[in-house]
Design a binder for this molecule. Structure first.
Ligand SMILES: Nc1nc2c(c(=O)[nH]1)N[C@H]1C(S)=C(S)[C@@H](COP(=O)(O)OP(=O)(O)OC[C@H]3O[C@@H](n4cnc5c(=O)[nH]c(N)nc54)[C@H](O)[C@@H]3O)O[C@H]1N2
Ligand SMILES: Nc1nc2c(c(=O)[nH]1)N[C@H]1C(S)=C(S)[C@@H](COP(=O)(O)OP(=O)(O)OC[C@H]3O[C@@H](n4cnc5c(=O)[nH]c(N)nc54)[C@H](O)[C@@H]3O)O[C@H]1N2
Ligand SMILES: [Mo]
Length: 715
């Protein structure tokens, strides 16, 4: 087992009866980025568990990652390159060698480049792994060199990220353990009990010490169940709620005027703006009683320190950008930025932004000819990207046919006979099924990487624990092969994995004080390395400086104009909801004809569609389901446990009805991530979700989705 402290300095921690312990990082899209240990005996991983030394992982892994070896050694793993032999999507494959696969891809690409230009090639990747090497570097170098189309990576939190950076100047957040200093915690549109579970023990401790916990979410989530208070606004009305809270705070003179004077831009204009949001009007918009709004505003303004913690769920709406802008203003109005235990906890990912030039070498490459928004993949493949059309799609670390919006249109695009699709995957996903060539990918146990986290402030090194299974190759190894076959000779396309990581780390450290003293050798030896903070910057913005153009919190934010937005936060319902009937109160008119707002938030036992093919986790999650309020179920003649059809103009899918008051009237909840091939009729909820873009940063709008629900038995 793990030996004494001295042993932890070595990456192969100790040998005990031929068992080697190897330090790693959980690569999945989760704020926790856990430190892991793999026990290897005779070249085989025999145990996988949490590193006790890590301050956030704290010795335990979540329910979904605990059975990781089931994933690694699954009999469903792709182990050899495959070439399609039947019609697209038919599942008829022929095993080929890597040499044949790489040669065929390079040949096809050369033809496409000759005929259409490299812009006709679209790489598509997202969050199967969050590693520096296997994700970020692989998403940049080869494609820059080729001059392929760029990808606007806005499926997840682009609106929030942009709003936070514009308002505060940087995406910085407190150490998660700082919540132990909070007296009030507002968890707003975020469900950490499922989506970032290592925050929960800290939250519980804070609560036991007397902190008051408020969850703001239309659904009764796992997180809401243990809160002191649960406030349930109608979907997509949070912007109005935030403006309403500020209305009360200003009207009752509870704002921190000296702080606002010293550290913010435009607070008087904001005060003027929020006059239009008195509690009565906000109650009408949000469905939250006026007394609750007033009480929450008073509590928030008078309890110090107060932490506002949010994530991405609440901004996957048409008005996600302005909603997050409004949220960012709240801690300023109460003078809570820079306070230990207070402020905004959105994401820690801004502390380390990998040096863009070292990452992608763009200055040595042709300019990116165009950028395609990943949320528009279906549209792009079926004609929206016309000049040139997309003739080849290369997918890695993503599963768009399952996870991207308007999936029916994506599948239509993937079926195009003239589209050459390559998918590099661990499993035969819904996307891989439509490929012309499928390449087998390594898992985190089989490759090297370096990880930063978005929920805490440590770097984590991942040593490979075992040899690749079958003929699987890492993303980086495949990029190197493709670069070679394309005749690209730049050394940065052929570096070893370690060289590539070291180059980006060193270049980033040269201008990033948070990386002071953090070398590759140190990461390899220690596994987990905390970022370097000076005492005065440990609490974000404690020095009163905000790296915005004005040096202040930009409540009035000129930068928003460039996005076509009001420089002050404001509220408007998403267009999808406006078009329906101009009234967001779906609880009132929940007759059988009325649509419901479908929220497709994170499942507890999968990460997006990753792991959703693992039998033990499928068993825990049960059949693909949708939660409906008893009143909505009754109005539609839907019985608990019966199959229902969810449909709208984009598509439909079939789900099992769960009738529960965990959802409010007018809302349906069906978690994301279900594979279409494991779902009834081969469709999941993304056959209904919208590929319209939000008000800011090309953000996805998964939750601005109206669906009509009826019993499947009606036919
Ligand atoms: N177990 C698990 N963990 C995950 C993931 C997963 O799939 N499974 N996904 C990972 C990824 S990719 C991400 S981006 C993060 C996301 O982390 P979170 O943002 O915490 O996750 P979500 O479940 O997407 O959304 C959070 C909550 O937003 C609520 N919500 C939706 N619309 C509204 C609204 O209009 N107002 C309010 N107030 N709330 C609303 C939903 O009901 C949901 O409970 O989690 C990561 N962690
Ligand atoms: N309806 C609905 N849909 C959503 C959301 C929602 O709220 N509602 N949320 C969205 C969000 S927040 C996100 S971030 C996206 C995520 O969408 P995606 O980034 O597409 O994530 P996954 O669906 O998990 O697919 C990741 C794939 O990468 C593969 N993979 C893992 N590691 C590696 C590797 O090292 N190499 C290669 N080549 N492959 C690897 C996994 O096997 C998996 O199939 O989903 C979005 N989808
Ligand atoms: Mo995400």
């Amino acid at each position: 087992m793990l030996a004494g402290a001295g042993e932890h300095r070595r990456w192969r921690l100790t040998r005990e009866q031929e068992t080697i312990l190897v330090r790693g990082a959980c690569p999945h899209d989760c704020p926790d980025t856990c430190a892991t240990v793999t026990e290897v005996r005779d070249g085989r991983a025999v145990a996988f568990y949490a590193d006790r030394q890590h301050p956030v992982t704290d010795g335990w892994l979540c329910a979904k990652v605990r059975p990781y070896l089931e994933r690694v050694y699954s009999s469903d793993r792709l182990l050899y390159p495959l070439r399609r032999v039947g019609p697209k999507g038919s599942g008829a494959w022929q095993r080929i060698t890597w040499d044949e696969a790489i040669a065929e891809i390079a040949d096809r690409w050369r033809q496409i480049i000759a005929e259409y230009g490299a812009a006709a090639i679209l790489p598509y990747s997202y969050s199967g792994t969050l590693g520096l090497l296997q994700n970020a570097i692989c998403a940049a170098r080869l494609w820059n060199r080729m001059g392929a189309s760029g990808l606007e990576r806005s499926i997840c939190g682009a609106a929030a990220e942009t709003a936070v950076e514009a308002t505060l100047g940087a995406r910085w957040a407190p150490d998660p353990a700082d919540v132990l200093h909070s007296r009030l915690v507002l968890i707003w549109g975020h469900n950490p009990a499922s989506t970032g579970p290592h925050f929960m023990p800290l939250l519980r401790r804070a609560q036991r010490q007397g902190a008051h916990v408020v969850v703001i979410d239309p659904r009764r989530t796992l997180t809401a169940r243990s809160a002191d208070e649960h406030i349930r606004p109608r979907p997509a009305t949070d912007g109005a709620l935030a403006l309403g809270l500020m209305h009360v705070i200003f009207a009752e003179n509870l704002h921190d005027e000296p702080w606002l004077e010293a550290h913010s831009l435009g607070w008087r204009e904001l005060r003027e703006r929020v006059r239009a949001y008195p509690p009565e009007r906000v109650a009408e918009i949000t469905g939250v009683p006026a007394e609750t709004i007033v009480a929450l505003a008073r509590r928030y303004a008078t309890t110090r320190p107060a932490l506002l913690k949010s994530a991405d769920g609440l901004q996957r709406h048409g008005n996600g950008g302005q909603t997050f802008r409004a949220l960012c203003c709240l801690p300023a109005v109460t003078g809570q930025y820079g306070v230990l235990g207070g402020g905004l906890s959105y994401s820690t990912s801004g502390y380390v932004k990998w040096d863009a030039e070292a990452l992608g070498h763009a200055s040595e490459c042709p300019p990116t000819p165009r950028v395609i928004n990943m949320n528009r993949l279906g549209a792009a493949l079926t004609g929206e990207a016309a000049d040139p059309p997309v003739m080849s799609l290369y997918v890695f670390a993503a599963n768009p046919a399952t996870s991207s919006p308007n999936a029916g249109l994506i599948v239509k695009g993937l079926q195009r006979e003239d589209l050459f699709t390559v998918v590099h995957e661990q499993f035969m996903t819904d996307t891989a099924r439509y490929a012309d060539i499928v390449l087998p990918a390594t898992t985190q146990l089989e490759h090297v990487d370096l990880h930063k986290a978005y929920g805490h402030r440590n770097l984590q090194y991942n040593h490979p624990a075992i040899q690749p299974l079958g003929e699987a190759k890492s993303n980086w190894d495949v990029m190197r092969l493709l670069a070679g076959a394309m005749g690209y000779t730049e050394p940065w396309l052929h570096e070893s994995a370690e060289e590539a990581i070291r180059g980006v780390l060193d270049a980033t450290r040269a201008h990033n004080p948070y990386l002071t003293g953090i070398t590759l050798e140190r990461l390899q030896a220690e596994g987990t390395v905390p970022l370097h903070f000076k005492p005065e910057t440990r609490v974000p913005f404690a020095d009163g400086r905000f790296p915005t153009p004005s040096g202040k919190v930009e409540l009035w934010c000129e930068a928003m104009r460039a996005y076509g937005l009001d420089p002050l936060p404001d509220f408007e319902l998403p267009h999808e909801f406006q078009l329906a009937d101009g009234d967001n109160d779906r609880s009132a008119g929940s007759g059988p004809q009325a649509p419901l707002v479908l929220i497709s938030a994170a499942p507890h036992h999968f990460v997006s569609s990753s792991m959703a093919n693992q039998p033990s986790l499928q068993a825990k999650e049960g059949a693909p389901y949708v939660e409906l309020h008893p009143q909505d179920a009754a109005a539609r003649g839907v019985e608990h446990g019966a199959d229902v059809i969810l449909a709208n103009g984009r598509g439909w899918c079939r789900l099992r009805a769960v009738v529960t008051e965990d959802v409010p009237p007018g809302v349906a909840v069906a978690p994301k991530g279900r594979w279409a091939q494991h779902s009834p009729d081969g469709r999941n909820i993304n056959w209904t979700t919208s590929d319209a873009l939000a008000d800011l940063a090309g953000q996805s709008t998964f939750h601005s989705n109206l669906v009509w629900v009826r019993p499947a038995a009606e036919g």
